[in-house]
Design a protein around this ligand. Structure first.
Ligand code: NOJ
Ligand code: CA
Length: 565
């Protein structure tokens, strides 16, 4: 194991003032945040009513997962009207009220834009179904004739990321079997044809619709999938790569096609033509990060999610390499690195780090029949991981509930499962519901601990969630919530997000990682043996019992202000 400090990354403090370069952005998953009308599904008025708690937490911006009109086959990532709010969540007036309240509180709002695919209930797709082959309506999507004597085989070998083939055959209005349409996700999510200028225009219009309503930007879903290779050729390596790609090998025909970049340049121009500092973050799953960096060139996305960091095993060597790779790649194009440990697609980090060595990429959830993570160990490590992340310069993403130290719901019974992955794989992959369970706010208020007053809940909480409720942690010294609040406050006061980065040689090795951000030393203990720290003032610690002059114990992170001689 080599820690090559000679070639490791340094990062200079930022001189740019744009908010997104150092922002802490909190992801709200609307259906699980807070439910105002008691129907069991979180909604926009519920979010508005609880925005104060996010302002108190100390974040800068909120990214909302989709709340647009949708049949909810993939929890809203299947949009049937991009310019309306789904009645489940409220209406446009509720949205405006939410944005107004957020802005009053000094919080920015980013909305989720899903351009790779629509819902099959979208008018564009419904029109395409009734129109003839080769029509302008069909050209909004990828309709192709099947292979085989009677077109009974899918047009190519592509697979859906949710399992099964990426093609579904339609039935013509006269009852005969028709063409096939492409869906990289669920069959209810047909992929749009981005080579069609009309699709491009339609989305420019959608961007303006939300910008005019005052949003501060967008999180863009699956931007790396939008363009497909001409002619939709077979995936060259479906045996090994499945629906995905193998890093470092030639890219498959549905990922990272060059044609997407001019589209994002146009979008960036649109955002920049508005007042304020609007920003877009791409969920560009492109690795290595030197490739991802192309997506955040100065005239494209402002940010992309750092999936390398998200996918890191929690060990010193992997993190050392991944942090180096991050600074090298993003600094190379003048973009901030982002840092993220959780989102609505991966196992919560308090469970991921619970001793089972689960990677977000290969976990696909944990079910009642799987080995169960160690809750105490997981939380201890998750707290250490977060404290380390929040000291890294750049922008950090938090996912609702992690500030409570919420574990994944790992014992959710099959009858409650809603993620299409579960059904499409006959339960072989339990899917992502376990990280999407409604938040506990007040212990004992209804069966869902204050998520609403009725106790109804689209996914049931496990019993253990009561003890993680926000009211059980608010103002309680040593709680995870107070740790997050403290870290975010200090991060802001010391401008760590805009700060510099360099490894500290004596704290780099198999069992320890330490770096400096300005005059703050950040150290994490990956081993069991206590680690002596230099003289200084502890300004944050992931474990309650840390006081000045004590050694760093297992899984602990501290921020220490060095004593300048
Ligand atoms: C990525 C989103 O984060 C995920 O939740 C969704 O299922 C897919 N994109 C498809 O939109
Ligand atoms: Ca509701």
């Amino acid at each position: 194991m080599t820690f090559d400090l000679a070639t490791a990354s340094n990062h200079l403090a930022s001189t740019s003032q744009e908010w997104w370069r150092s922002a802490v952005i909190y992801q709200v998953y609307p259906r699980s945040f807070s439910d105002s009308n008691g129907d069991g599904i979180g909604d926009l008025p519920g979010i508005t009513a609880r925005l104060d708690s996010l302002a108190t937490l100390g974040i800068d911006a909120v990214w909302l997962s989709p709340f647009m009109r949708s049949p909810q086959k993939d929890a809203g990532y299947d949009v049937s009207d991009y310019k309306d709010v789904d009645p489940l969540f409220g209406n446009l007036a509720d949205f405006d009220a939410m944005v107004a309240r957020a802005h009053e509180l000094g919080l920015r709002i980013l909305v989720d834009l899903v351009p790779n695919h629509t819902s099959d209930q979208h008018r564009w797709f419904q029109d395409a179904l009734i129109e003839i082959e080769g029509s302008a309506e069909r050209d909004f999507y990828h309709f192709k004739d099947g292979r085989g004597l009677n077109g009974e085989l899918p047009p190519n070998n592509w697979l859906s990321l949710f399992g099964g083939p990426a093609w579904t055959r339609i039935t013509n209005p006269d009852g005969t079997a028709g063409q096939w349409y492409l869906h990289l996700f669920d069959s209810s999510q047909p992929d749009l044809n981005w080579a069609n200028p009309k699709v491009q225009e339609a989305f420019e219009d959608i961007l303006k619709f939300w910008l005019d309503r005052g949003v501060d930007g967008f999180r863009v879903d699956q931007p790396h999938a939008m363009a497909k290779a001409e002619g939709l050729p077979d995936h060259p390596d479906v045996e090994r790569a499945g629906a995905g790609f193998i890093e470092g090998e030639a890219s498959p025909p549905m990922w990272f096609q060059e044609e997407v970049h001019p589209i994002f340049r146009k979008w960036r121009k649109i955002l920049d033509s508005y007042d304020g500092d609007r920003a877009m973050c791409g969920e560009a799953y492109v690795l290595p990060l030197t490739f991802m960096a192309k997506w955040v060139r100065p005239d494209e996305f402002n940010q992309t999610f750092n999936f390398r960091f998200l996918n890191s095993d929690w060990n010193a060597k992997t993190l050392f390499d991944n942090i180096n790779e991050s600074f090298e790649a993003f600094d190379g194009v003048g973009a901030p690195s982002t840092w993220v440990l959780n989102n609505h697609d991966v196992l919560r980090h308090a469970s991921r780090f619970g001793g089972l060595n689960i990677k977000p990429t290969d976990s696909d959830g944990v079910g009642p029949n799987d080995p169960q993570p160690d809750r105490e160990l997981g939380l201890r490590r998750a707290r250490g991981a977060t404290l380390m992340m929040l000291a890294l310069p750049g922008s950090s993403y938090l996912y609702q509930g992690e500030e409570l130290g919420l574990p994944e719901h790992t014992t959710l019974a099959p009858e409650f499962r809603q993620d299409p992955t579960f059904a499409r794989t006959n339960g072989a992959r339990v899917g992502r519901d376990g990280c999407r369970v409604p938040l506990p706010w007040e212990a004992g208020v209804g069966a869902a601990n204050g998520f609403n007053q009725t106790g109804k809940s689209w996914l049931p909480q496990p019993d253990i969630y009561a003890e993680y409720s926000r009211d059980q942690q608010d103002g309680v010294e040593g709680s995870t919530l107070e740790l997050y609040k403290h870290a975010l406050k200090v991060r802001k006061e010391l401008a760590l997000g805009e700060g510099s980065f360099e490894w500290v040689n004596e704290f780099v090795g198999e069992k320890v990682l330490g770096f400096r951000n300005g005059d703050i030393l950040v150290v994490h203990n990956f081993g069991h043996a206590p680690i002596e720290l230099p003289a200084g003032q502890i300004i944050a610690s992931s474990l309650h019992q840390m006081t000045n002059g004590h050694p760093l114990v297992a899984d602990q992170t501290v921020w220490l202000r060095l004593v300048v001689a």
